[in-house]
Write a new protein. Structure first.
Length: 692
């Protein structure tokens, strides 16, 4: 007789602002169905097409279920099964030898394969801190935007998503929410039905842009100039809330002087748009306080990304849009959650902390770091890397150098994974990790204002173990005595939040486990009376903190590194700008191996404008080669005016091994960093395209 059907609650762990609540149907110990939880206000019962197939991912026939040891050459992907004890003994022997001699030669590499606070960076961070290993600057996705918000608002803070439904004007800036922020799009559609005007600002006519009233196709990397042009119009036409500016902002006179150097004519020339577009949009934006901006991280993946976010973030304070709950701006709401990062990660375990800390390696430069021979400036050569919650061989920029670094025979590589990814092929030890349905975790969100708990719905598949348990096993076999390394997942989860914070008033760990989620206690219009988290408590147009670092204290436009404006000689050889936004059926490199999703996506494509295609004798359906000095990849050309002239768009990120030519878009991207935050410049990239 079959066991009765069971139901469990879970949280989507993936790098998406929606952080959905899920309901899991379980039969005979297997997850058979995953749906959105209708009781969770942000989720409203809906999941994206990717996560509705989550049970397929959990029980996939290629799921890693036992520890594996490499038996082939690096990159071949040939392994033999071993026991956990054997794996831990092999790892402990090698890591202990390195740690005793040069602990900074050990490097962690992780990002947002899970957004969970427990399985993300709790025991793992404690482990690396205790060893004195190198630290990883986790900046690959959002750091430029986060820095822009920090220097303007004081933290990653913004308006509440649900109130976009009441907005009268919505600027969807550098974002394609149909693919990457479904539940915001639901609110935007509701506002549209009520009469709101939706404008997409994006170099590419995405699925979302096609459904807005207006699409502004500016050149990639010019968003800062566009925003400063809008600010110019708001100031010169007096579309300002002078009372709000006087009471709740700092540096208006300085910002005014900067903006006056960006008349609409100049901004339009930089952005490659008509001057009247900037004027009309500024007038529309300034016509109502119920004007809302939804930014996403695409616009900050260029040299001037941090400054662009700063400039855009100034707009609601100039017009007083923050006075209304349906006005303001949202890039990330993650800063509202009172996460106790110190308690979770324990940086005090580092030898010499806080006066002295381990060296920091920027994850965007992992290719260069792995190939560095070591010196007095860099520190010791990297001898071991432990990868978890990430797939750097596929996702990190300048992929040829990344793969070359991982291919070093003298590099000891441990990878914690669900599947044999591109990175896993280079592992010396490949360790099976649990998925979200098999472990405990807690979550905040960067797209809504709930905190959430994920309880295990099923037992671990095969011999998979949670990240936390794997790092405990490493610590135990290395003989590390620090008690914090052996805290239970429950204890870690309980320490994740500052429960005495006013945003969690009336919420406890026990109540959160019972209800599954809790809304943070926040005012509907969080900055109606100021209260920014900057040193001044105001929206800082002028940042003294930036000035003290020798940086420009005002937002400005910085031309992309790779552009006719920033590098004319390079642009003469590689005249096409390339961006690689997310494919609808993938999430970074997750889900690429799910055949139903990959078959829907088809094959790697490159969208290019008809004029650019004609100039190169390329017709729709041709196989083309995209290349620059860093590398090359192939894709199927789609000739379409969705890409503005001078721009090509390769929806990403494919696993290399599942692409026809074994390459993906990161063959051509750069390790250069953004102006603020040390973030990646994936969309600051020049290429040429030719028929194969």
């Amino acid at each position: 007789m079959n066991a009765p059907t069971e139901f469990a609650r879970a949280v989507c762990p993936h790098d998406c602002p929606d952080t959905c609540a899920m309901r899991v149907t379980i039969e005979d110990g297997r997850a058979v169905k995953v749906v959105g939880d209708p009781d969770h206000p942000p989720t409203q019962g809906a999941l994206c097409a990717k996560v509705t197939r989550y049970a397929e991912r959990v029980h996939h026939p290629n799921r890693l279920t036992t520890p594996l040891k490499r038996v082939g050459r690096k990159g071949e992907g040939r392994f033999a099964p071993i026991s956990w004890d054997e794996a831990f003994e092999l790892a402990a022997a090698r890591l202990s030898e390195i740690a005793n001699r040069a602990p900074e030669a050990i490097v962690p590499y992780s990002y947002a394969g899970t957004m969970g606070l427990v399985q993300g960076d709790s025991i793992a961070q404690r482990f690396f801190h205790k060893l004195g290993a190198s630290q990883l600057d986790r900046t690959i996705c959002a750091a430029a935007g986060a820095a822009g918000l920090k220097y303007t608002y004081g933290a990653s803070l913004g308006m509440l998503t649900e109130f976009f439904a009441e907005s009268e004007v919505i600027l969807i800036w550098g974002s394609n929410p149909i693919a990457s922020n479904l539940h915001f799009w639901t609110r935007a559609q509701e506002a549209k039905r009520r009469g709101a005007r939706l404008i997409a600002i994006d170099p590419y006519r995405s699925l979302t842009a096609e459904k807005c009233h207006q699409h502004v196709a500016l050149k990639p990397g010019t968003d800062g100039a566009f925003a400063l042009g809008m600010i110019n119009v708001l100031i010169t036409e007096n579309l300002l809330d002078h009372a709000y500016i006087a009471a709740h902002t700092l540096g208006f006179d300085e910002l005014k002087a900067r903006a006056l150097t960006y008349p609409p004519s100049r901004a339009a020339q930089i952005c490659g748009v008509d001057e009247q577009v900037i004027v009309d949009l500024a007038r529309l934006y300034g016509s109502t306080k119920k004007a809302a901006i939804r930014m996403n991280y695409g616009l900050q993946r260029v040299r001037g990304g941090g400054n662009a976010v700063r400039a855009i973030a100034c707009l609601p304070s100039l017009t007083g849009a923050w006075r209304e709950r349906a006005g303001g701006m949202l890039l990330s709401s993650g800063g509202w959650a009172p996460v106790d990062s110190h308690a979770m990660q324990r940086p005090d375990l580092m030898p010499g902390w806080p006066a002295q800390a381990s060296r920091v390696i920027n994850m965007n430069a992992i290719g260069d770091a792995l190939l560095h021979q070591g010196d007095a400036t860099f520190g010791p050569k990297v001898e071991a890397i432990i990868v978890y919650n990430s797939n750097p061989v596929a996702v990190a920029p300048d992929s040829e150098r990344v793969a070359a670094g991982f291919a070093r025979e003298d590099l000891f590589t441990i990878v914690l994974e669900h599947f044999q990814t591109d990175t896993a092929d280079y592992a010396d030890l490949l360790l099976p990790a649990t998925t979200q349905l098999e472990h405990l975790d807690v979550h905040k969100s960067y797209g809504h204002t709930h905190v959430m708990v994920n309880l295990p719905a099923i037992a671990p598949v095969g011999d998979a173990r949670p990240n936390t348990e794997i790092f405990r096993g490493l610590a135990r076999h290395m003989g590390l005595q620090e008690p914090a390394l052996y805290d239970s997942d429950e204890a870690i989860a309980q320490s994740a939040f500052r429960w005495n914070d006013k945003t969690l008033e009336g919420v406890s760990w026990d109540s959160l486990k019972k209800t599954g989620w809790a809304a943070l206690n926040l005012p509907d219009a969080p900055f109606a009376e100021g209260g920014f988290r900057t040193p001044s408590g105001k929206c800082e147009f002028f940042s003294e903190r930036l000035a003290q670092q020798g940086l420009d204290p005002l937002p400005d436009y910085l031309p992309p590194y790779e552009s006719a404006e920033g590098a004319p000689e390079l642009a003469a050889r590689y005249p096409l700008a390339m961006i690689s936004p997310p494919a609808r059926n993938f999430l970074n490199s997750t889900f690429v191996n799910i055949e139903s999703l990959r078959s829907t996506e088809g094959e790697p494509h490159l969208d290019m404008h008809p004029a650019d295609a004609q100039q190169r004798n390329i017709v729709d359906g041709d196989q083309v080669r995209i290349f620059n000095d860093r590398g090359a990849m192939q894709a199927r050309a789609r000739v379409t005016d969705k890409a503005r002239e001078g721009l090509v768009v390769g929806l990403s990120i494919w696993w290399k091994k599942l692409a026809p030519d074994g390459r993906n878009a990161n063959q051509v991207t750069s390790q250069a960093l953004t102006d603020l935050g040390g973030s990646a410049t994936f969309y600051d990239c020049l290429v040429e395209v030719e028929r194969v």
